[in-house]
Design a protein around this ligand. Structure first.
Ligand code: TXE
Length: 495
């Protein structure tokens, strides 16, 4: 099948001078350094984006601060919801354009870009829009003694923290930016977003749309560039909260820098080494499509994707054979080809990381399928299934963040719980079984921010998401985001 034709609007956007977007307009600076944006499917330069300077980071925070105290503070909760819904409408109207930018920039198969990244951005934004009018404190009756007839009452207010720095990784540049800006704007905060240096394009288009639908200037700003830009933002004295999604080492550095700056609040959503467990009763034919989808969508570059699968010894041979066959049948190719299920890895650094894992394979594990790079142009690799014989295996302990899944047999439920928890991480885990009674007994014993049953990696805006242990601090979505983006102010009154 052939590739979808690029829209004129995509071609025009890519040809434009691009860079930071501050106070409702592009902020370009002739003196700034420029990063080439690479299409991971063919290694060609598709756009050039200026790196933000320290002065521009200051300007972005200043614009966000003005909007926080001015235009956005004066926008009623109801109108904030209306504007977030208008932005969701604009994403729908420009959905194909955004999906094509994503496919070109991050190597996401066009169907995944349309059906997951773009469609879910709309779903999440509408969810946040619904919260704008429902953020309340509580009224409290204190027990203070009355000496001369005086009385007391108290109430709490949920007040926006202020300017938020949203630091976004390269795997879901649009959706993760929407999580951060939706949370910020719904609670009355304003935001400066920093996309990954590898994949800034869809967010740069989104922020143009935000201005077009009437979101006040300065409420959403974007500064482009690499880690240094993120560091300036994190350490900026006027930033009140950092919402970071990315790798564990960078997350720890960002968290420490934010705390050191001014005890700046942080939410850290980091990686993991997520397990899936198949109990003895599973129907392997039912489970295989779910595992292929959850572990190999977007080439496995999803923070909650399972990379280690523990299978009851009585079922592991059947799973190995059927999952291996399903993976070997996936169509690898251009993300713009609608029949392709498996595109390239998102960038060269990550491709090199996965290629180096391939070189370390075979010593201790059986390679069931995959384990090789594909072709000599673009960052293509094979979906890979391994079977280990020891729980200490490298592929059961190190996060690859790629399409590499490793199987291990277990014999008893007690052993399984130990295996699931034998990791410094705790983002997501799944149990696959029809024995719900057993699953419900196991769930409290699993150290993980989310436990899925007969599914994995599904995120819903109403369900809190985040990591336990070294997978992060704080929760996004549900009502949990409100706590993270507001301060609780107590008011006590004597009368
Ligand atoms: O992530 P980083 P990278 C994992 C994955 C991948 C590895 C490295 O294993 O191979 O991380 O990817 C910004 N202060 N994940 O380098 O470094 C950076 O510019 C402030 C898992 O892309 O964590 C980018 O915008 N910001 C992950 C963002 O932080 C800094 C998704 C993430 O970069 C900074 C992506 C600094 N000092 C990769 N240094 C997930 N959990 O979903 C960098 N940044």
């Amino acid at each position: 099948m052939s590739e979808v034709a690029l829209l004129d609007s995509v071609i025009t956007f890519l040809a434009k001078p691009l860079g930071s977007f501050i106070d409702g307009r592009p902020a370009l600076d002739e003196q700034a350094g420029v990063s080439e944006i690479i299409n991971p499917a063919n290694e060609q330069v598709i756009a050039r984006v200026q790196d933000a300077t320290a002065v521009q980071v200051d300007a972005a925070v200043a614009a966000a601060s003005r909007a926080f105290k001015g235009s956005w503070a004066q926008t009623s909760p109801y109108l904030r919801g209306v504007l977030l819904n208008k932005l969701a409408d604009a994403i729908e109207q420009h959905g194909e354009e955004l999906a094509q930018l994503e496919a070109l920039n991050s190597g996401k198969a066009i169907n995944v870009a349309r059906g997951l990244e773009v469609a879910q951005s709309v779903v999440f934004l509408r969810y946040f829009a619904g919260w704008t009018t429902k953020i309340n404190g509580e009224s409290i009756t204190p027990s203070l003694p009355s000496m001369a007839g005086e009385q007391y009452t108290a109430f709490t207010r949920r007040e926006p923290v202020g300017v938020v720095a949203g630091i976004v990784p390269w795997n879901f540049p649009l959706l993760i930016a929407v999580w951060k800006l939706g949370s910020a704007l719904a609670t009355g905060c304003t935001i400066v977003l920093k996309p990954s240096e590898f994949s800034p394009l869809s967010l740069l288009r989104l922020v143009e749309l935000a201005t077009e639908v009437g979101i006040p200037d300065g409420a959403i700003n974007v500064v482009t560039g690499a880690g240094k830009v993120g560091q300036w933002l994190t350490e900026h004295g006027e930033v009140r909260k950092v919402s970071f999604t990315g790798s564990v080492p960078t997350g720890i550095a960002v968290g420490a820098a934010a705390m050191k700056s001014k005890l700046t609040r942080v939410t850290l959503e980091l990686g993991g080494k997520n397990p899936a467990a198949l109990l003895a009763d599973v129907n392997i034919d039912d489970v295989v499509p779910g595992l292929v989808m959850t572990a190999f969508t977007h080439q496995g570059q999803i923070c909650a994707s399972p990379e280690r699968i523990y299978v009851h010894r009585s079922r592991i041979d059947e799973l190995e054979q059927k999952l291996g066959a399903a993976l070997a049948g996936l169509k690898i190719g251009s993300p713009l080809d609608e029949s392709v299920q498996f595109g390239p890895l998102a960038n060269k650094a990550h491709y090199q990381k996965i290629a180096s894992y391939f070189e370390r394979m075979g010593d201790g594990q059986v390679v069931v399928t995959g384990g090789r790079t594909v072709g000599d142009k673009g960052y293509f690799v094979e979906p890979t299934l391994l079977r280990a014989s020891s729980p200490d295996d490298l592929f059961l302990t190190e996060e690859t963040f790629g399409p590499i899944v490793c199987l291990l047999a277990f014999d008893s439920d007690e052993e399984l719980i130990e295996l699931l928890n034998d990791t410094p991480y705790g983002l997501g885990a799944s149990l696959w079984t029809n024995d719900l009674s057993k699953a419900l007994r196991m769930i409290p014993r699993i150290e993980s921010g989310t436990v899925w049953v007969n599914m994995h990696t599904f995120l819903d805006p109403a369900v809190p998401f985040g990591g336990s242990k070294s997978s992060g601090i704080g929760r996004e979505f549900g009502s949990a985001f409100i706590e993270a983006f507001t301060e609780l102010k107590s008011v006590m009154i004597r009368y």
